[in-house]
Design a protein around this ligand. Structure first.
Ligand code: 5AD
Ligand code: SF4
Length: 475
């Protein structure tokens, strides 16, 4: 058996891509290893959203120089977004890399590895750039890759990611994604539904639909357009599927039909990740986000009104080109009033090749970016904690994901462990339970909370049974 070491960084789309690459290599007789030392193939599935993510990969590659010298037949590959972004220059910085494969060519990896093993040399397969041809040709060069699943690579056996869309056409000026993941293309509904049914047949209870802007999903079928809300309805009708989540949403496409589907379909998670990025109109304009703060506020208001109890999360970039203290103050105020369940906050990282890099100077000092990042995070943590405290005394339904990380370390503790799971609003809950409850939907009463986690007790049938028995015996 040959051994494969794979390391994945970046978003959930990358996690799914890695799952599919592993599945295709298992068919070739590979098994996974957690050590680079005994691997026949070493793959890094990479991210280009921020410079830091790319630099970490080059450091990791630097550490593999000796591994390659000791065993020259070992294949080292850089795959995914950074492969598309840096292409042949990966070989210049790390000459012992054998393989560079973009996110649109991942299905070619088994054949490329075979080829390298047979005749040596380096191989590169990437898609066309966004200006390198007609749209159909560029689209075609980002080949779809969704047929194989590998249950062992899923987050858990009962949870799976399902791609509904590839690429992005929004071209926010800071963002490299439209260049590396190509034009926005929605997958045919029949393929998505078939994949979801197959996953349910394999024991999957929860699917997370993936796309850069999932709520922009639309598929032309003759005269009619099949929308994201139609997809939610059709997935909802699948027996055995209990939960449907989706990320990421684009604020302008949060139409009433999507909110109505989230409100009306009990299996659909009452959780919306809708990044706003900034609370300043001037900054949003330079980012080319396509909406004003007032429009975002209106969308948020509508979401809170239409979907009672909905949890909303956002992304922010601090220190984007030209961001003043006043701009940042507006972002701060927006976070204060919006009551996000959580916010993911990033320091602006200039990405060569984006419109932002060519149009504007990266002129906010790193020190200022860091301070704004910390200030916003502190405010969000305070809000998240207040928000979580409102859950005290409530009963929530939790899909049990397994032993919590802290309890895995203390497994000797006995049959009752700390388990972790998520509510329908995507809140993390930790509670005492039996590992056998993993994969079940349980009612949990919340008795404590901090900014990230709810703590609870399982409301078991067992307890109900005992009460019945006690009352039955006249006690
Ligand atoms: N610098 C910093 N953060 C970025 N993001 C995207 N591009 C950049 C960049 N160049 C952030 C955005 C996006 C999230 C996935 O990453 O907030 O929503
Ligand atoms: Fe990047 Fe904007 Fe597309 Fe999101 S919507 S992937 S931030 S270009």
């Amino acid at each position: 058996m040959k051994k494969l070491y794979i390391e994945t960084v970046g978003c959930q789309m990358n996690m799914l891509d890695s799952e599919l690459v592993v599945a295709s290599l298992r068919k070739e007789g590979y098994e996974l290893t957690s050590q680079t030392a005994d691997a026949d193939a070493i793959l890094f599935n990479t991210c280009s959203v921020r410079e830091h993510a790319e630099e970490k990969i080059y450091s990791a590659l630097g550490r593999l120089k000796d591994a390659k010298r000791d065993k020259p037949e070992r294949v080292i590959g850089v795959i995914g977004c950074m492969a598309q972004n840096h292409q042949g220059s990966v070989f210049k910085r790390a000459p012992y890399v054998d393989l560079v494969v973009g996110p649109g060519q991942l299905h070619q990896i088994p054949a490329l590895i075979r080829d390298i093993e047979a005749s040596g040399g380096q191989r590169i397969e990437v898609s066309l750039g966004r200006k390198d041809g007609a749209r159909e040709d560029i689209e075609r060069s980002h080949e779809s890759f969704d047929p194989l699943r590998d249950p062992t690579m899923r987050p858990t056996p009962f949870q799976a990611f399902v791609r509904i869309q590839i690429g992005c056409d929004k071209f926010c000026t800071y963002c490299i994604v439209p260049s590396v993941r190509g034009p926005e293309q929605s997958r045919p509904p029949a393929d998505i539904l078939a994949e979801a049914r197959q996953l349910v047949g394999e024991g999957c209870r929860e699917v997370t639909l993936l796309g850069q802007t999932v709520n922009s999903y639309r598929y032309r079928q003759g005269e009619t357009t099949y929308r994201f809300s139609d997809l939610l309805h059709d997935l909802h009708a699948i027996d055995g599927l209990d939960r449907i989540k989706f990320v990421t949403n684009y604020p302008k496409d949060m139409t009433d039909d999507v909110l109505a589907a989230v409100r009306d379909l009990p299996k659909v998670s009452k959780y919306l990740h809708v990044p706003v990025q900034s609370g300043s109109d001037a900054v949003l304009k330079r980012m080319k986000r396509g909406y004003t703060v007032a429009e975002y506020r209106e969308m948020l208001q509508r979401a809170y009104e239409w979907v009672p109890g909905v949890a909303v999360t956002s992304d922010f970039i601090v220190g984007f080109c030209g961001e003043t203290d006043e701009d940042f103050q507006l972002t701060y105020e927006l976070v204060r009033e919006s009551r996000f369940k959580n916010s993911f906050i990033f320091k602006y990282s200039e990405r060569p090749g984006t419109r932002g890099a060519s149009l504007y100077a990266d002129d906010v000092p790193d020190e200022v970016k860091r301070r704004r990042n910390n200030e916003l995070l502190a405010l969000q943590n305070q809000i998240s904690e207040e928000d979580n405290h409102r859950m005290l005394g409530q009963s929530v339904q939790v899909l049990v994901e397994g032993p919590s990380r802290a309890s895995v370390k203390h497994e000797a503790a006995g049959p009752s462990l700390q388990l972790t799971g998520r509510t329908l609003c995507d809140r993390i809950v930790v509670f005492e339970g039996n590992p056998r409850q993993t994969g079940q939907l349980l009612d949990v009463a919340i008795y404590d909370a901090n900014s990230h986690t709810l703590f609870g007790t399982v409301e078991t049938d067992h307890v109900v049974g005992e009460l019945v028995q006690l009352s039955g015996s006249g006690v």
